[in-house]
Design a binder for this molecule. Structure first.
Ligand code: NAP
Length: 335
């Protein structure tokens, strides 16, 4: 008998009280069904967007996770059983699966992929060379359409997606403003990520700092939403672009929140505001991987890991991310 420990969503969390909403359970692993693949998780990826799946909102980009279901999330590990020859036993694989020792998914799921072992550390496949890196690349290069010499501001800039967006923008020749919470993060952005300007939104006036950029900011890679968006929007340059990657400040709300106060700037500055969602772009995964791997190889792209040990401690890692205590990519080591 193989025991599978897992986290179950029992109720919709109130704010950051995840311990009251999720419980740690175990079961005997069921026999694998036709067309399924089973992965022994090595690392789970803690992603801010999963907070929305826990809520009851039905107007999100995916339906709410049903109560009583295993908590869903991205992970990387080894295939232990497979009913599909494209996904052989023993291969390193990544997919949106479960917060569990073992993830069981249909082989035709869009996110399931056999991974390049040559990368070394499997955590890269859920960081710079996985969803965070791909998201940052699409957002900076395509949605924000950044050009050499332009200014781009990035919020949640010391987190996984944001720190990669800063570096990708810099690699594409842009000048970068990183916005994050706390002096330690501002120092990290200046010293390790190489931004031109670091703003600590907890201790500095973001609007006043951005106002110093002559001619305004050409692009904003938004991970947060209001109120930071209100601080940046009045200082956008003519024909600026706002790439809406995420709205992490709103994810624990069960109702939609008001939009930006300075919405009139869309007309005054002829701005383009566009949301983007990485799963819409997965058909280009090979190109994303190759581009990012090149930068990682030459040392111009990295993300530090903020690692929590043990599946039983997953809520510690998760809360670190959603309360902004992380620098870099939050992962949980399962095995
Ligand atoms: N569009 C897509 O396809 C896509 C894909 C992946 C991720 N995303 C988005 O990317 C963003 C970052 O996600 P991630 O998984 O990489 O997590 P992350 O940035 O590593 O961690 C989340 C960060 O959000 C910031 N934050 C949390 N609550 C905040 C608040 N109320 N106000 C301001 N900042 C707050 C915290 O940093 P600070 O306190 O330093 O700001 C925290 O470190 C999220 O918005 C996520 O939804 C979008």
């Amino acid at each position: 008998m193989t025991v599978n420990r897992f986290w179950r969503l029992d109720s919709r969390p109130q704010g950051q009280d995840f311990a009251a909403a999720l419980s740690f359970q175990q079961e005997e692993l069921a026999p694998l069904g036709a067309g399924e693949v089973r992965i022994r998780n090595q690392y789970l990826s803690m992603d801010a967007g999963t907070r929305m799946w826990m809520s009851a909102r039905t107007d999100g980009y995916q339906p709410p996770l049903p109560l009583g279901a295993k908590m869903a999330g991205l992970g990387v590990g080894r295939i232990t059983e497979s009913r599909d020859p494209r996904f052989p036993e023993g291969a390193l694989a990544r997919c949106f699966g479960q917060w569990a020792d073992y993830t069981t998914v249909p082989a035709d799921g869009a996110s399931l992929a056999v991974l390049d072992e040559g990368v070394g550390d499997p955590r890269h496949h859920i960081g710079a060379l996985g969803m965070n890196g791909w998201t940052a690349l699409v957002g900076v290069r395509e949605t924000a359409a950044i050009r050499p010499g332009e200014w781009i501001a990035v919020s949640a800039a010391a987190g996984a997606t944001g720190s990669l967006a800063c570096q990708i923008a810099r690699n594409l020749g842009a000048r970068v403003i990183g916005i994050a919470g706390g002096p330690e993060k501002a120092a990290f952005l200046r010293e390790k990520i190489g931004v031109d300007v670091a703003i600590d939104y907890r201790n500095q006036d973001v609007s006043a700092e951005i106002a110093r950029i002559e001619g305004g900011v050409n692009a904003y890679f938004d991970n947060v939403g209001v109120p930071l968006l209100d601080a940046v929007m009045p200082h956008m340059a003519l024909h600026g672009r706002i790439a809406v990657c995420g709205l992490v400040a709103t994810y624990d709300s069960e109702t939609p929140l008001p939009g930006p106060a300075a919405f009139d700037q869309v007309l005054m500055k002829r701005l383009r505001i566009e949301g983007f969602f990485l799963p819409d772009h997965l058909d280009r995964a090979d190109e994303f991987f190759a581009t990012l791997r090149n930068w990682v190889g030459e040392g111009s792209l990295f993300v530090p890991f903020d690692e929590t040990e043990g599946l039983e401690n997953v809520l510690t890692g998760y809360a670190r991310m959603l309360t902004g205590r992380n620098i870099g990519k939050v992962v949980v080591k399962v095995a």
